[in-house]
Design a protein around this ligand. Structure first.
Ligand code: SF4
Length: 326
Protein backbone atom coordinates (compact mmCIF):
# COMPACT_ATOMS: atom_id res chain seq x y z
CA UNK A 1 0.00 0.00 0.00
CA UNK A 2 1.04 3.62 -0.45
CA UNK A 3 0.01 6.82 1.24
CA UNK A 4 -3.17 8.14 -0.30
CA UNK A 5 -3.42 11.50 -2.00
CA UNK A 6 -6.19 14.00 -1.36
CA UNK A 7 -7.00 13.79 2.33
CA UNK A 8 -7.02 16.02 5.37
CA UNK A 9 -6.49 15.22 9.02
CA UNK A 10 -9.34 16.48 11.17
CA UNK A 11 -9.99 16.33 14.87
CA UNK A 12 -9.90 12.56 15.58
CA UNK A 13 -10.54 11.36 12.03
CA UNK A 14 -9.33 11.72 8.46
CA UNK A 15 -11.45 13.18 5.69
CA UNK A 16 -10.81 11.60 2.31
CA UNK A 17 -11.18 14.16 -0.49
CA UNK A 18 -10.81 11.93 -3.53
CA UNK A 19 -14.50 11.65 -4.35
CA UNK A 20 -17.65 13.56 -3.40
CA UNK A 21 -18.45 11.22 -0.51
CA UNK A 22 -15.77 12.94 1.61
CA UNK A 23 -15.70 9.93 3.95
CA UNK A 24 -14.88 10.76 7.53
CA UNK A 25 -12.67 7.82 8.41
CA UNK A 26 -12.00 6.91 12.04
CA UNK A 27 -8.63 5.37 13.07
CA UNK A 28 -8.39 1.75 11.89
CA UNK A 29 -11.42 2.09 9.60
CA UNK A 30 -11.97 2.03 5.83
CA UNK A 31 -13.75 4.46 3.53
CA UNK A 32 -16.97 3.49 1.75
CA UNK A 33 -14.98 2.17 -1.24
CA UNK A 34 -12.93 -0.21 0.97
CA UNK A 35 -9.83 1.15 -0.80
CA UNK A 36 -8.59 3.69 1.73
CA UNK A 37 -7.74 3.19 5.38
CA UNK A 38 -6.94 5.48 8.30
CA UNK A 39 -3.88 4.01 10.01
CA UNK A 40 -1.03 5.55 12.03
CA UNK A 41 -2.59 8.97 11.54
CA UNK A 42 -2.36 8.76 7.75
CA UNK A 43 -4.67 7.71 4.94
CA UNK A 44 -3.45 4.73 2.94
CA UNK A 45 -4.41 3.41 -0.48
CA UNK A 46 -4.52 -0.19 0.69
CA UNK A 47 -5.58 -1.52 -2.72
CA UNK A 48 -2.49 -0.19 -4.56
CA UNK A 49 -1.70 -2.78 -7.27
CA UNK A 50 -4.11 -5.31 -5.70
CA UNK A 51 -5.78 -6.88 -8.71
CA UNK A 52 -8.83 -9.12 -9.06
CA UNK A 53 -8.79 -9.74 -12.80
CA UNK A 54 -6.41 -9.69 -15.76
CA UNK A 55 -7.64 -10.43 -19.30
CA UNK A 56 -6.94 -9.55 -22.90
CA UNK A 57 -10.17 -8.10 -24.31
CA UNK A 58 -11.36 -6.64 -27.58
CA UNK A 59 -11.62 -2.85 -27.30
CA UNK A 60 -15.27 -3.24 -28.26
CA UNK A 61 -15.94 -5.07 -24.98
CA UNK A 62 -15.21 -1.94 -22.88
CA UNK A 63 -17.31 -0.74 -24.82
CA UNK A 64 -15.25 1.67 -26.91
CA UNK A 65 -16.34 1.57 -30.57
CA UNK A 66 -14.51 4.66 -31.82
CA UNK A 67 -11.08 4.12 -30.27
CA UNK A 68 -8.75 1.83 -32.21
CA UNK A 69 -11.60 -0.44 -33.39
CA UNK A 70 -10.65 -4.10 -33.64
CA UNK A 71 -7.66 -3.78 -31.28
CA UNK A 72 -6.95 -5.87 -28.18
CA UNK A 73 -6.35 -4.32 -24.78
CA UNK A 74 -5.00 -5.80 -21.56
CA UNK A 75 -7.71 -5.25 -18.96
CA UNK A 76 -7.25 -5.18 -15.20
CA UNK A 77 -9.47 -4.49 -12.20
CA UNK A 78 -9.20 -3.49 -8.57
CA UNK A 79 -11.52 -4.79 -5.84
CA UNK A 80 -13.22 -1.50 -5.00
CA UNK A 81 -16.06 0.81 -5.95
CA UNK A 82 -17.31 4.11 -4.54
CA UNK A 83 -20.88 3.52 -5.72
CA UNK A 84 -23.23 0.80 -4.54
CA UNK A 85 -25.67 0.12 -7.38
CA UNK A 86 -28.13 -2.58 -6.31
CA UNK A 87 -28.12 -4.05 -9.84
CA UNK A 88 -24.32 -4.05 -10.27
CA UNK A 89 -23.44 -6.46 -13.09
CA UNK A 90 -19.98 -7.09 -11.58
CA UNK A 91 -20.91 -7.01 -7.90
CA UNK A 92 -18.85 -10.06 -6.89
CA UNK A 93 -15.62 -8.11 -7.46
CA UNK A 94 -16.81 -4.54 -6.95
CA UNK A 95 -18.96 -4.81 -3.83
CA UNK A 96 -17.40 -7.65 -1.84
CA UNK A 97 -13.86 -8.31 -0.67
CA UNK A 98 -12.28 -11.07 -2.74
CA UNK A 99 -8.79 -12.51 -3.04
CA UNK A 100 -6.45 -10.23 -4.97
CA UNK A 101 -2.92 -10.52 -6.34
CA UNK A 102 -0.30 -7.81 -6.19
CA UNK A 103 0.47 -6.50 -9.67
CA UNK A 104 3.36 -4.09 -9.26
CA UNK A 105 3.80 -1.43 -11.95
CA UNK A 106 6.92 -3.30 -13.14
CA UNK A 107 5.07 -6.62 -13.38
CA UNK A 108 2.17 -4.98 -15.22
CA UNK A 109 4.63 -3.48 -17.68
CA UNK A 110 6.14 -6.92 -18.30
CA UNK A 111 2.70 -8.48 -18.91
CA UNK A 112 1.89 -5.59 -21.23
CA UNK A 113 5.03 -6.28 -23.26
CA UNK A 114 4.32 -10.02 -23.35
CA UNK A 115 0.96 -9.47 -25.04
CA UNK A 116 -0.14 -7.86 -28.23
CA UNK A 117 -2.02 -5.08 -26.48
CA UNK A 118 -2.54 -1.47 -27.40
CA UNK A 119 -2.35 -0.43 -23.77
CA UNK A 120 -4.13 -1.01 -20.48
CA UNK A 121 -7.83 -0.77 -19.73
CA UNK A 122 -8.70 -0.16 -16.10
CA UNK A 123 -12.14 -1.66 -15.95
CA UNK A 124 -14.72 -4.18 -14.57
CA UNK A 125 -14.94 -2.42 -11.16
CA UNK A 126 -14.21 1.26 -10.37
CA UNK A 127 -10.68 2.16 -11.49
CA UNK A 128 -10.80 5.66 -9.99
CA UNK A 129 -10.48 3.93 -6.61
CA UNK A 130 -7.02 2.91 -7.82
CA UNK A 131 -6.07 6.55 -8.09
CA UNK A 132 -2.43 6.38 -6.92
CA UNK A 133 -1.79 3.20 -8.92
CA UNK A 134 -3.28 4.83 -12.04
CA UNK A 135 -0.89 7.75 -11.72
CA UNK A 136 2.11 5.42 -11.50
CA UNK A 137 1.25 2.83 -14.12
CA UNK A 138 -0.42 5.36 -16.41
CA UNK A 139 2.87 7.18 -16.79
CA UNK A 140 4.85 3.96 -17.31
CA UNK A 141 2.46 2.77 -20.02
CA UNK A 142 2.56 6.14 -21.77
CA UNK A 143 6.36 6.11 -21.69
CA UNK A 144 6.22 2.76 -23.52
CA UNK A 145 3.86 4.16 -26.16
CA UNK A 146 0.77 2.41 -24.76
CA UNK A 147 -2.72 3.84 -24.28
CA UNK A 148 -4.57 4.18 -20.99
CA UNK A 149 -8.29 3.52 -21.02
CA UNK A 150 -10.70 4.04 -18.12
CA UNK A 151 -14.11 2.42 -17.87
CA UNK A 152 -15.57 4.37 -15.01
CA UNK A 153 -18.53 5.74 -13.10
CA UNK A 154 -16.93 9.19 -13.28
CA UNK A 155 -17.29 9.84 -9.54
CA UNK A 156 -14.12 11.78 -8.79
CA UNK A 157 -13.50 15.26 -7.42
CA UNK A 158 -12.28 17.90 -9.82
CA UNK A 159 -8.73 18.35 -8.55
CA UNK A 160 -7.74 14.68 -8.75
CA UNK A 161 -9.52 14.39 -12.10
CA UNK A 162 -7.40 17.20 -13.53
CA UNK A 163 -4.26 15.54 -12.19
CA UNK A 164 -5.14 12.17 -13.71
CA UNK A 165 -6.59 13.10 -17.05
CA UNK A 166 -3.36 13.94 -18.95
CA UNK A 167 -2.49 10.24 -18.58
CA UNK A 168 -5.80 9.01 -19.98
CA UNK A 169 -6.38 8.50 -23.71
CA UNK A 170 -9.97 7.30 -23.69
CA UNK A 171 -12.81 6.87 -21.24
CA UNK A 172 -16.10 5.11 -21.28
CA UNK A 173 -18.15 6.87 -18.62
CA UNK A 174 -21.24 5.27 -17.19
CA UNK A 175 -24.06 7.81 -17.04
CA UNK A 176 -26.68 5.95 -15.07
CA UNK A 177 -29.57 8.41 -15.02
CA UNK A 178 -30.30 12.13 -15.23
CA UNK A 179 -32.22 11.99 -11.96
CA UNK A 180 -30.06 13.37 -9.11
CA UNK A 181 -32.22 11.73 -6.43
CA UNK A 182 -31.79 8.27 -7.95
CA UNK A 183 -28.04 8.84 -8.13
CA UNK A 184 -27.91 9.92 -4.51
CA UNK A 185 -30.45 7.70 -2.77
CA UNK A 186 -30.28 4.45 -4.72
CA UNK A 187 -26.84 4.33 -6.34
CA UNK A 188 -24.77 6.18 -3.70
CA UNK A 189 -23.44 8.56 -6.33
CA UNK A 190 -23.67 12.18 -7.39
CA UNK A 191 -25.01 13.27 -10.77
CA UNK A 192 -23.34 16.70 -10.84
CA UNK A 193 -19.91 15.16 -10.28
CA UNK A 194 -20.45 12.63 -13.07
CA UNK A 195 -21.61 15.39 -15.43
CA UNK A 196 -18.53 17.44 -14.60
CA UNK A 197 -16.30 14.44 -15.31
CA UNK A 198 -18.00 13.89 -18.67
CA UNK A 199 -17.71 17.53 -19.67
CA UNK A 200 -14.08 17.83 -18.50
CA UNK A 201 -12.99 14.56 -20.09
CA UNK A 202 -14.67 15.50 -23.36
CA UNK A 203 -12.29 18.46 -23.61
CA UNK A 204 -9.19 16.35 -22.93
CA UNK A 205 -9.52 12.84 -24.35
CA UNK A 206 -11.74 10.54 -26.37
CA UNK A 207 -14.97 9.69 -24.53
CA UNK A 208 -17.93 7.42 -25.03
CA UNK A 209 -20.92 7.12 -22.71
CA UNK A 210 -22.79 4.03 -21.55
CA UNK A 211 -26.29 3.99 -20.10
CA UNK A 212 -27.41 0.71 -18.56
CA UNK A 213 -31.18 0.77 -18.97
CA UNK A 214 -32.50 -0.82 -15.80
CA UNK A 215 -36.09 -2.00 -15.63
CA UNK A 216 -38.13 0.23 -13.32
CA UNK A 217 -35.19 2.47 -12.44
CA UNK A 218 -34.27 4.63 -15.44
CA UNK A 219 -36.13 3.13 -18.39
CA UNK A 220 -39.09 5.48 -18.67
CA UNK A 221 -39.26 7.31 -22.01
CA UNK A 222 -38.86 10.58 -20.11
CA UNK A 223 -35.62 9.31 -18.48
CA UNK A 224 -34.23 8.22 -21.84
CA UNK A 225 -35.13 11.49 -23.56
CA UNK A 226 -33.45 13.57 -20.85
CA UNK A 227 -30.25 11.57 -21.11
CA UNK A 228 -30.14 11.84 -24.90
CA UNK A 229 -30.76 15.60 -24.70
CA UNK A 230 -27.91 15.98 -22.23
CA UNK A 231 -25.40 14.09 -24.37
CA UNK A 232 -26.53 16.00 -27.48
CA UNK A 233 -26.08 19.29 -25.61
CA UNK A 234 -22.38 18.48 -25.13
CA UNK A 235 -21.57 17.07 -28.56
CA UNK A 236 -23.72 15.01 -30.92
CA UNK A 237 -20.57 13.15 -32.02
CA UNK A 238 -20.14 11.46 -28.61
CA UNK A 239 -20.89 7.73 -29.06
CA UNK A 240 -23.73 6.64 -26.75
CA UNK A 241 -24.17 2.98 -25.80
CA UNK A 242 -27.46 1.75 -24.35
CA UNK A 243 -26.84 -1.50 -22.57
CA UNK A 244 -29.34 -4.17 -21.59
CA UNK A 245 -29.63 -4.92 -17.88
CA UNK A 246 -30.07 -8.46 -16.52
CA UNK A 247 -31.17 -9.27 -12.93
CA UNK A 248 -28.14 -9.32 -10.65
CA UNK A 249 -26.98 -8.62 -7.08
CA UNK A 250 -29.92 -7.16 -5.10
CA UNK A 251 -32.13 -6.36 -8.08
CA UNK A 252 -34.49 -8.94 -9.54
CA UNK A 253 -36.68 -7.02 -11.97
CA UNK A 254 -36.85 -8.63 -15.45
CA UNK A 255 -34.26 -7.74 -18.10
CA UNK A 256 -34.76 -4.46 -19.97
CA UNK A 257 -37.51 -4.79 -22.53
CA UNK A 258 -36.24 -5.02 -26.10
CA UNK A 259 -38.93 -2.57 -27.17
CA UNK A 260 -37.59 0.03 -24.74
CA UNK A 261 -34.03 -0.48 -25.96
CA UNK A 262 -35.24 -0.02 -29.52
CA UNK A 263 -37.07 3.14 -28.49
CA UNK A 264 -33.84 4.47 -26.93
CA UNK A 265 -31.86 3.61 -30.06
CA UNK A 266 -34.29 5.22 -32.50
CA UNK A 267 -34.82 8.27 -30.35
CA UNK A 268 -31.09 8.83 -29.84
CA UNK A 269 -30.41 8.47 -33.57
CA UNK A 270 -32.58 11.56 -34.11
CA UNK A 271 -30.16 13.70 -32.11
CA UNK A 272 -26.82 11.88 -31.97
CA UNK A 273 -24.51 10.65 -34.70
CA UNK A 274 -23.33 7.38 -33.13
CA UNK A 275 -25.70 5.22 -31.09
CA UNK A 276 -25.28 1.58 -30.07
CA UNK A 277 -27.10 -1.21 -28.29
CA UNK A 278 -25.12 -3.54 -26.05
CA UNK A 279 -25.81 -6.90 -24.33
CA UNK A 280 -28.37 -7.65 -27.02
CA UNK A 281 -28.19 -9.24 -30.46
CA UNK A 282 -29.51 -6.44 -32.68
CA UNK A 283 -29.30 -6.28 -36.43
CA UNK A 284 -27.83 -2.78 -36.60
CA UNK A 285 -27.21 -1.86 -32.98
CA UNK A 286 -23.48 -2.51 -33.04
CA UNK A 287 -22.57 -1.12 -36.46
CA UNK A 288 -21.20 2.33 -37.23
CA UNK A 289 -22.81 4.26 -40.07
CA UNK A 290 -21.76 7.54 -41.62
CA UNK A 291 -24.03 10.21 -40.15
CA UNK A 292 -23.84 12.12 -43.44
CA UNK A 293 -24.48 9.57 -46.20
CA UNK A 294 -25.54 6.51 -44.16
CA UNK A 295 -22.94 4.12 -45.59
CA UNK A 296 -21.74 1.26 -43.34
CA UNK A 297 -18.36 2.25 -41.88
CA UNK A 298 -17.68 -0.50 -39.33
CA UNK A 299 -19.46 -3.84 -39.03
CA UNK A 300 -19.44 -5.60 -35.67
CA UNK A 301 -20.68 -9.06 -34.78
CA UNK A 302 -19.90 -10.68 -31.41
CA UNK A 303 -16.69 -8.64 -30.98
CA UNK A 304 -15.61 -9.37 -34.57
CA UNK A 305 -14.92 -5.97 -36.07
CA UNK A 306 -14.60 -5.21 -39.78
CA UNK A 307 -13.66 -1.75 -40.95
CA UNK A 308 -15.50 -1.39 -44.25
CA UNK A 309 -16.13 2.18 -45.26
CA UNK A 310 -13.39 4.31 -43.71
CA UNK A 311 -10.58 6.13 -45.44
CA UNK A 312 -8.43 7.06 -42.44
CA UNK A 313 -10.80 8.93 -40.15
CA UNK A 314 -13.10 9.96 -43.01
CA UNK A 315 -16.06 8.26 -44.62
CA UNK A 316 -14.68 6.66 -47.78
CA UNK A 317 -17.92 7.41 -49.57
CA UNK A 318 -18.70 11.06 -48.81
CA UNK A 319 -15.55 12.26 -47.05
CA UNK A 320 -17.20 13.24 -43.78
CA UNK A 321 -14.79 13.41 -40.85
CA UNK A 322 -15.79 10.72 -38.33
CA UNK A 323 -15.19 10.99 -34.58
CA UNK A 324 -12.81 8.06 -34.40
CA UNK A 325 -9.28 7.50 -33.10
CA UNK A 326 -7.16 5.12 -35.20
S1 SF4 B 1 -12.51 7.61 -2.41
FE1 SF4 B 1 -13.35 6.07 -1.00
S2 SF4 B 1 -12.70 6.74 1.02
FE2 SF4 B 1 -12.43 8.46 -0.35
S3 SF4 B 1 -14.30 9.68 -0.16
FE3 SF4 B 1 -14.59 8.31 -1.90
S4 SF4 B 1 -15.58 6.46 -1.06
FE4 SF4 B 1 -14.75 7.63 0.67
Amino acid sequence: MVEARYYEKKNGYIECQLCPHYCKIQPGKLGACRARKNESDKLWAINYGETTSVALDPMEKKPLYHFFPGSQILSIACNSCNMHCPFCQNWEISQTAVKTEQLSPELLLKIFHDHSSIGIAYTYTEPLMWFEYLLDVGELIHNEGGKNVLVTNGLLNEKPLLELIPLIDAMNIDLKTMDPETYKNILFGDLDTVKRTIETAHQKCHIEITNLLVTGLNDKKRDIDRLIDYVASIDKDIPLHFSRYYPNYKYDKPPTSIKRLEYAYERAKEKLNYVYLGNIPAADGANTYCPECGVLLIERMYFRTLIKGLDGTRCASCGKEINIVL
